[in-house]
Design a protein around this ligand. Structure first.
Ligand SMILES: [Zn+2]
Length: 275
C-alpha cells in the first residue's frame, strides 16, 4: 500500500514542529539508490543547511532549506521517514540517515527501494517534470474546479482520480472509498456521470481525505507516522480490502474488479455501472 495524501500529511504535521529550525550536521547515505541524482552532490547540498519549513505537495514531503534549496521526499511503496531520539541505531531498511544539530535524527527507510530523496534549487524544482505536471490538491481547490477537470472524459472515473496530473495525492484506498461514498462505480466513464454527481464525488473525496487526516492516515502493512505511530483510518474503510463482506450502507456483498490496472472494491447495489 502506497502512502497517499492523508499519510503524507500526517508525516508532515509530525515533522514540521520538530524539524523546522534544525540544521543537518551530517548525512549518511547507506544506499545511493534512494537519492534521485548524484549522491555526492546531494550530501554536499544538505550539509550545514537549516530547515525553514516542512510542507506537503501531493504525495511529496517538501522540506524547504535555507539558501533557496528544497529537499523533496517521495515515499512510493514502502518508504518511511522516522524522527528519532539521539543515538538511535538505523533500522535494517534505513537507506539515508540525517543527523541534526539537536542530536536527533531523521531516517529514511525503504524496504523496496522505490522511494527517493532529492535536493533541488527553486528553479530546478519548477523544471522537475513530476513537480511541473502535478495536479491541484483536493483539499485546496473547489469541488467544481476538480469536476471540471474530468467532465466529458471518456476514461473510467477511477483512473482519472488516480492520475496525479489531474488531481494530486489520491491513490487506490481513497479513490475506492470516495467512489463508494459518492455512489459511483469505479469503471463508470466520467462522460456518463452527471455534473452534480461529479461535484458530489469531489466533495466526498475531500470528506474522506479530511477524516483520514484526522485519524492519522491508514496503516495496513508499512505505513507509520513520523514517530512510528499507526494510523487508525483503516478501521473505518467502507470498501477498501473488504470484497466479499457486506456493504456498510445496504448489506449487499462487496465485489472486486480491476480498473486502470488496480484492484477496485465496490458495492454492486450502491454503485451502478454507467458504461
Ligand atoms: Zn451498498
Amino acid at each position: 500500500m502506497m502512502p497517499e495524501l492523508p499519510e503524507v500529511e500526517t508525516i508532515v504535521r509530525g515533522l514540521a514542529p520538530v524539524l523546522t529550525g534544525r540544521t543537518f550536521v551530517d548525512v549518511f547515505i547507506l544506499d545511493p539508490r534512494s537519492v534521485l541524482g548524484d549522491d555526492i552532490v546531494f550530501q554536499r547540498d544538505i550539509l550545514g543547511r537549516r530547515v525553514t519549513a516542512v510542507r506537503r505537495r501531493g504525495k511529496l514531503v517538501v522540506c524547504e532549506l535555507e539558501g533557496d534549496l528544497v529537499l523533496a521526499v517521495h515515499l512510493k511503496m514502502t518508504g518511511r521517514l522516522w524522527f528519532t531520539p539521539p543515538e538511535t541505531s538505523p533500522h535494517s531498511h534505513t537507506t539515508i540517515a540525517f543527523f541534526l544539530d539537536s542530536s536527533e535524527q531523521l531516517f529514511f527507510d525503504d524496504q523496496r527501494r522505490f522511494g527517493y530523496c532529492a535536493v533541488f534549487s527553486r528553479d530546478g524544482l519548477r523544471q522537475w517534470d513530476y513537480w511541473a505536471t502535478l495536479g491541484p490538491d483536493p483539499l485546496q481547490i473547489a469541488e467544481e474546479d476538480l469536476a471540471g477537470r474530468i467532465q466529458g472524459r471518456r476514461a473510467a472515473v477511477k483512473g482519472l482520480l488516480l492520475n496525479q496530473r489531474i488531481v494530486s495525492g489520491v491513490g487506490n484506498i481513497y479513490a475506492d472509498e470516495s467512489l463508494h461514498r459518492a455512489g459511483i462505480h469505479p469503471a463508470s466513464r466520467a462522460v456518463r456521470i452527471g455534473w452534480d454527481r461529479l461535484v458530489f464525488l469531489f466533495r466526498c473525496l475531500r470528506q474522506v481525505l479530511e477524516e483520514a487526516v484526522d485519524a492519522g492516515g491508514s496503516s495496513i502493512r508499512d505505513y507509520r507516522g513520523a514517530f512510528g505511530e499507526h494510523g487508525r483510518f483503516q478501521q473505518k474503510f467502507a470498501v477498501y480490502g473488504r470484497a466479499g463482506k457486506p456493504c456498510p450502507v445496504c448489506k449487499e456483498l462487496l465485489c472486486k474488479t480491476v480498473v486502470a490496472g488496480r484492484t477496485s472494491t465496490f458495492c454492486p447495489a450502491c454503485q451502478p455501472l454507467l458504461r
